[in-house]
Design a protein around this ligand. Sequence first.
Ligand SMILES: [Fe+2]
Ligand SMILES: [Fe+2]
Length: 406
Amino acid sequence: MECSDRRPLDIIRDILAVVEELNTLKDVDAILDRVLGEARSMTGADAGSIFLREGDHLRFSYVHNDTLFRGPDASKHLYTNYTVPINERSIVGYAAKTGESVVIDDAYALSGREPYSFNKKFDEETGYRTRSMLTIPLKTFQDRTVGVMQLLNARDCDNRVRPFTKDDIQYAPLFANSASVTVERGIMTREIMLRMMKMAEMRDPKETGGHVQRVGAYSAEIYQTWARRKGIDALTIKRNKDVLRLAAMLHDVGKVGISDTILKKPGRFEPHEAAIMHWHSVYGAALFANTTSELDQLCLQIALGHHERWDGRGYPGRLPENLGEVRELCAEPIAGEDIPIAARITALADVYDALISVRVYKEAWAEEQVLEEIVKGRGTQFDPEVVDAFLEIQDVIRAIHKKFQG
Ligand SMILES: [Fe+2]
Ligand SMILES: [Fe+2]
C-alpha cells in the first residue's frame, strides 16, 4: 500500500465491496482468482498463490505471477499438481498449522532459527527471484482454516521489490478472513456438483466419468476460441470458461429421472423408449430451476438445450409454461441463436465425444470420419461458428481426449 495513501476506513470499505462481489461468484477457481487478484492489488505483490486444505495437507490450487506467466500458455501453470504437509517445516505449512501470518523480508536471508525453511525449488526451476513474502492463513471467522495464501515480492511505486508494509500486514489478513467464507462456499458448491455427477454416473452405466470430464473440457476450450473470435474481452472469457466447464459436465444429470428399465437397457432404444429418454433434458433443467446464480443458469441452459439442433429439429424445444401432466414433448421447435450459446457448444462437444469413443452399442469411429460428420452437420445440426471454433483447436481437443480416458 505504499503508493496510495488511503485512510483505514476507505480500505475497509473497499474490502467489504470486494467481499460482496465475491459472494456473487460460484466457481471456486473464479473465487480464488478474484481473491488473489485483490490481495495482490492491495499489497502491490508481483505474484501469489493459494493452497487449499485437504485433510492434513495443503494442495497448490491457484497461482498468479506477473513476471513469469505471460502469453497464451500461461494457464498451464494452474494445472501444476502438488501438496505440502501441514507442519512447521514449510512456510505455508507453518501458517496453516499455527493460524498465524508469516512475514519475511528476504526469503534468502532467514536467520536459521525459524522452524521452517524456504524451498528454493520453484526459483531454481523458473529463474524467479523470491524476496519479500507475506503468507496468510485463510481462516473463517469460526476459525476453520480453509487454506493459505502466499503473496510474493511487493513492489514500490518504481516497481522495485520492497518488504510488505505494516498496512499490508494488517489489512491483507483482514481481507483473507472475510474471503475465506466465500472460498469455503466455492469448494462446497464444487463438491456438490461432483456428487451430482457421480450420482448420474452411477445411474447410467453407459456413461463414464471420462465422458463428462472431456465434454466439460472441450466445451470450455471451444467457448474460449469462439468468444475470442467474437471479440469478447479476456476477463469475461476467463470468468465464463470455468463456469461453463462445470455446467457442461452436468449436461446429462437429468438421466437420474429416467427409469432403470430404459436407462440400463443394453443396445439401442426403440422409438418409444427414445422418446422417454428425451425427457432427461427436461429433468436436468428442473434440477436447476428457480435459481439465480450464473452457474445454475448455465447448468439449466445446457441440461435443457444440449440436444437442440441449429436447424430446429432437435429436442425438447420451447416447452409450454405449465407442463402439467403432459408426458410427451410437444413443444415449439427452437433453432439458431434462440438456443443459448452454452448449449450450442455442449451439443457439439457431446456428439463429438460420443462418436470418437467406444460405447456399449458402437465402436469408436476414426477421427477423420468423426470430423467429416461434424463438418456435414455445420449449419444443420450445429452452429457453424461453433464448428469453426472447434476445428481451429484440434490439437487441444486431441490432448483433452488423451488426458481424460475411461
Ligand atoms: Fe444428453
Ligand atoms: Fe453426454
